[in-house]
Design a binder for this molecule. Structure first.
Ligand code: ITT
Length: 192
C-alpha cells in the first residue's frame, strides 16, 4: 500500500519510516505538493489540514504529524506554535530562545504532544495521539534528533532525546506512541 508522508520535516520522516517499517507500506515523499498554512488552533486541526491536502492532491492515503512542546512555566507555550517559537529561523535559534525564556526558572517541566492523522482521499480520517513528559535542561546536550531534542530529558531517563538513537526515542516518545497506535490498528492491513 502506498501512503504519502505529508511533512517537510526530515526528522519526522526518519522517525515515521522507522516506526512504521513493520507495516510494509510504501511510504512516499510529498513531492511537488505544498502543505497548507497551519491555521488551526489545535494539533488535531493542523494535522488534518496537512494530511487532507496531501491525500486530495495525490489521490493516495496521506499521513501527517502535528506536534509541539508545552512548557509548564510558560503556560503551555509554545504548543502548536513550536515550529515558529520567537520567530526564530531554525532549531538552534529556537532552543536558545527557549533557554532565554526559562532563565532562572525552577519549574522546568514540559511535555511533547504528537497528533498523527491518516487521511484518505474520500475525506475519512484516523487520529492518533501520544504524549511524553520530562524536564528541560539549562543547555543543549547531544547531536541526534531534531527540534527541542537536545534540551529535553524524558521522565525516568538521564539522557536528552538528542543523546538517544531513533529506536530509543521511538520507544518512549509522543510520536512513537501515536505511531504505535496507528501500527496496531493496521496490523491486519490498510482498510480500502
Ligand atoms: P511539518 O508541518 O512539515 O510536518 P514542522 O516542523 O513545521 O513540519 P509542526 O508544525 O508540527 O511541524 O511543528 C512541530 C515543532 O515542534 C517542530 O518543528 C519542533 O520544533 C517541535 N517538535 C515536535 N516534535 C518534536 C520532537 O520529537 N523533538 C523535538 N522537537 C519536536
Amino acid at each position: 500500500k502506498q501512503v504519502v508522508v505529508a511533512t517537510g520535516n526530515a526528522g519526522k520522516v526518519r522517525e515515521i519510516e522507522q516506526a512504521l517499517a513493520g507495516l510494509g507500506w510504501q511510504l512516499t515523499a510529498l513531492g511537488a505538493v505544498t502543505l497548507p498554512e497551519e491555521t488551526g488552533a489545535t494539533y488535531e486541526e493542523n494535522a488534518a489540514l496537512k494530511a487532507c491536502a496531501a491525500a486530495v492532491a495525490s489521490g493516495l492515503p496521506a499521513l501527517a504529524d502535528d506536534s509541539g512542546l508545552e512548557v509548564e512555566a510558560l503556560d503551555g507555550q509554545p504548543g502548536v506554535y513550536s515550529a515558529r517559537f520567537g520567530n526564530r529561523p531554525n532549531d538552534q535559534e529556537r532552543n536558545l530562545y527557549l533557554l532565554e525564556k526559562l532563565r532562572g526558572a525552577t519549574n522546568r517541566r514540559a511535555r511533547f504532544v504528537s497528533v498523527v492523522i491518516l487521511a484518505y482521499p474520500d475525506g475519512h480520517l484516523e487520529t492518533y495521539r501520544g504524549e511524553m513528559s520530562g524536564q528541560l535542561l539549562e543547555g543543549p546536550r547531544g547531536e541526534n534528533g531534531f527540534g527541542y531534542d537536545p534540551l529535553f530529558v524524558p521522565d525516568g531517563e538521564t539522557r536528552s532525546l538528542a543523546e538517544m538513537t531513533v529506536e530509543e526515542k521511538r520507544a518512549i516518545s509522543h510520536r512513537g506512541r501515536a505511531l504505535a497506535a496507528l501500527q496496531a490498528a493496521h496490523q491486519h492491513g490498510l482498510p480500502s
